[in-house]
Design a protein around this ligand. Structure first.
Ligand code: FMN
Length: 301
C-alpha cells in the first residue's frame, strides 16, 4: 500500500490498480476519479468520505485500502444469498408476538439480534442509531405504568371537545377523532393493569427502543430499518417481537418518560419493540390488502 496508516479516506495502490474504474462508479460522493488510467482519490476525500467501504470492497485486485474493508474475499455470484421464495415466506411468517414466555433473554442473544440492526443501511452511512434495552421486569413494569398514566392524561386532553374543535379548525379532524377513539382503549389498558395484566407491553422480558438525532432527516428511516432488521433476526432465532407505537409516542411526548429512559435532548425515539420467547405459534398465514402501487406515466398526459 502507498501508506501504512489507513485513514478514513481510501488509499489506492497505484501499482496494483488496473484502471477498471469500478471504484469511481460505486462511490456515491465522487471521491475517486480515473486519471491516466489509474484511480485517484480526490483531495477533499479525508474530510468527506463517509466510510461506506464500497470502493475497497468492489476492487477486483485489492488495490484500495479502506478503513472498513475486510480481507476475506467473497466467492462470486450467489454466495451467502437466500432464495427469493424462502425470503418471501420468512417475511410472511413473521407475525407480531404479544404472548411471551417468562423465560429471560440473555444479553448475548440481544447482542446477536442488535447485530442485524448494525448492518442496516443508514443515510450518509452515519450509523447513528442508538439502542436502549430494558431487560429488568421491574423497570419494564415501571415504564408500562408511566406510559399508561401518560397516555390516559394525553388522550383526555386530545379527546376533550374544545381540543377537538381546535384541532378540527386547524385541519386535524382525523387526528382528533383518532385520539377520542383511543380513550376507550387506554381505559382498557388501565383496567387490565389493575387486574395484573399488561396489555401495553405484554409482560415482555425485553423492550428495545431506537433513538437518534432529531436534526438528521434520515433518522426515522434509519431507526425503522435497523429495528425491523433486528426483529427479523429475532424471528430467525426463534424469538418473537411486536413493535409498539404507544411506547414510542409516550417516550417522545412525556418528559418524565424520556428522562426515565435517558433519551438525550435533541434525540427522538423512532421505534420500539417488545421481545421474548413466544408462547404462541400461528398455524395459518393471513392475506394482506393488495399493494397500493402506481407507476408514473412515461410522459405527462
Ligand atoms: C409502527 C408500528 C406500531 C405498532 N404499535 C403497536 C402497539 O403499540 N401495540 C401492538 O400490540 N401492536 C403494534 N403494532 C403491530 C401491528 O398491530 C401489526 O404489525 C399489524 O397488526 C400486522 O400484524 P403482524 O405484525 O402480526 O403481521 C405496531 C406496528 C407498527 C409497524
Amino acid at each position: 500500500m502507498t501508506t501504512k496508516e489507513i485513514s478514513p479516506a481510501p488509499r489506492v495502490n497505484l501499482k496494483k490498480c488496473t484502471g477498471c474504474g469500478l471504484c469511481t462508479e460505486v462511490c456515491p460522493i465522487f471521491l475517486l476519479e480515473l486519471r491516466e488510467r489509474k484511480a485517484w482519490v480526490v483531495e477533499a476525500a479525508g474530510e468527506i468520505c463517509n466510510n461506506c467501504g464500497h470502493c475497497g470492497a468492489v476492487c477486483p485486485v485489492g488495490a484500495i485500502a479502506q478503513k472498513n474493508r475486510e480481507e476475506k474475499v467473497l466467492s462470486p455470484l450467489r454466495d451467502g444469498l437466500i432464495d427469493a421464495e424462502t425470503l418471501q415466506f420468512f417475511l410472511r411468517r413473521r407475525r407480531s408476538i404479544r404472548l411471551y414466555k417468562k423465560q429471560p433473554v440473555s444479553r448475548e442473544t440481544v447482542a446477536e439480534i442488535i447485530e442485524a440492526g448494525r448492518y442496516a443501511p443508514t443515510g450518509g452511512n452515519r450509523q447513528d442509531v442508538h439502542y436502549l434495552v430494558l431487560d429488568s421486569p421491574a423497570r419494564i413494569s415501571e415504564l408500562g405504568d408511566m406510559c399508561i398514566a401518560f397516555l390516559e392524561r394525553g388522550v383526555k386532553v386530545a379527546g376533550h371537545r374544545y381540543t377537538r374543535a381546535m384541532m378540527a379548525r386547524l385541519g386535524s379532524k382525523d387526528m382528533a377523532e383518532n385520539a377520542a377513539r383511543y380513550v376507550e382503549l387506554y381505559r382498557g389498558f388501565q383496567e387490565r393493569r389493575r387486574r395484573g395484566e399488561d396489555r401495553l407491553l405484554y409482560h415482555a422480558p425485553v423492550v428495545i427502543l431506537v433513538h437518534s438525532s432529531l436534526w438528521d432527516t434520515s433518522s426515522a428511516f434509519n431507526c425503522a430499518v435497523a429495528l425491523y432488521s433486528a426483529a427479523l433476526k429475532a424471528h430467525a432465532l426463534g424469538l418473537g417481537t411486536c413493535f409498539n407505537g404507544f411506547l414510542q409516542v409516550s417516550a417522545n411526548l412525556s418528559w418524565k418518560i424520556k428522562k426515565f429512559l435517558g433519551i438525550p435532548r435533541g434525540h427522538l425515539c423512532y421505534g420500539t419493540m417488545t421481545m421474548g420467547y413466544p408462547r404462541v405459534s400461528f398455524k395459518r398465514l393471513v392475506k394482506r390488502a393488495p399493494a397500493k402501487v402506481k407507476y408514473l406515466p412515461a410522459s405527462p398526459d
